[in-house]
Design a protein around this ligand. Structure first.
Ligand code: FE2
Length: 212
């Protein structure tokens, strides 16, 4: 089987009240500016705050029809980069919605600059959640060195929102030879499957560096 997407893409899929996910198109791992023929799926999480503002966690590639669908849910206000690998499309959404706030994670500005990704971050995430969502979403900086990220907790639904803190790699979504290579890493083990289900979390599927 070839690589496959989480169809349908670019549509809002409700998960719990006021939270949904949107699966995006494939993106590709780039190393040293060269694009590898390794497609990754992408996914963002959308939280609707009680004032109608939308919190877009790890925004996927901008698409006008999707933006219009989201506007039916609320105002696109918060564009959140949870870690330095999930930011690549924030600039596109910010151009379409200039009143949105682009939230930076540690080192993401340097990474975007080094990779010539056009994005201006408005504010920095901090250990304490900002006034804008602290009554509804808690957050903390989860340690992990290079991979550390801000993780979020939606209080009303007890939902943990993650990017790369927990990985769930579905091998049938990956083409060879990458599938075999991924198996050898040991990441798609029973243990990671167990963690995935036990956490009952919303976690974007694995995606390329700078994927979303
Ligand atoms: Fe990721």
């Amino acid at each position: 089987m070839g690589a496959s997407l989480y169809e349908p893409i670019n549509v809002y899929k409700p998960v719990v009240p006021n939270i949904g996910i949107v699966d995006g198109p494939f993106e590709y791992l780039t190393v040293g500016g060269a694009r590898l023929p390794l497609p990754f799926t992408t996914r963002m999480t959308v939280v609707r705050l009680s004032n109608g503002d939308l919190f877009l966690h790890s925004p996927i590639k901008f698409e006008g029809r999707l933006a219009n669908e989201l506007l039916g849910l609320g105002a696109i206000r918060h564009l959140v980069s949870p870690n330095q690998f999930h930011y690549a499309h924030i600039g596109e959404w910010a151009k379409a919605f200039p009143n949105a706030i682009s939230w930076a994670s540690p080192r993401v500005r340097e990474r975007a600059r080094a990779r010539h990704v056009d994005v201006d971050f408005t504010r920095d995430l901090e250990t304490r959640p900002p006034e804008e969502w602290r009554r509804e979403i808690d957050q903390t900086l989860f340690p992990g060195g290079y991979f550390k990220e801000f993780i979020f907790f939606h209080k009303a639904s007890n939902t943990l929102i993650l990017a790369d803190t927990i990985l769930n790699i579905e091998l049938d979504k990956i083409t060879e030879p990458w599938r075999t290579a991924t198996k050898f890493t040991g990441v798609p083990s029973l243990w990671s499957d167990f963690l995935w289900h036990a956490a009952a979390a919303i976690a974007p599927a694995a995606e390329g560096e700078d994927g979303n």
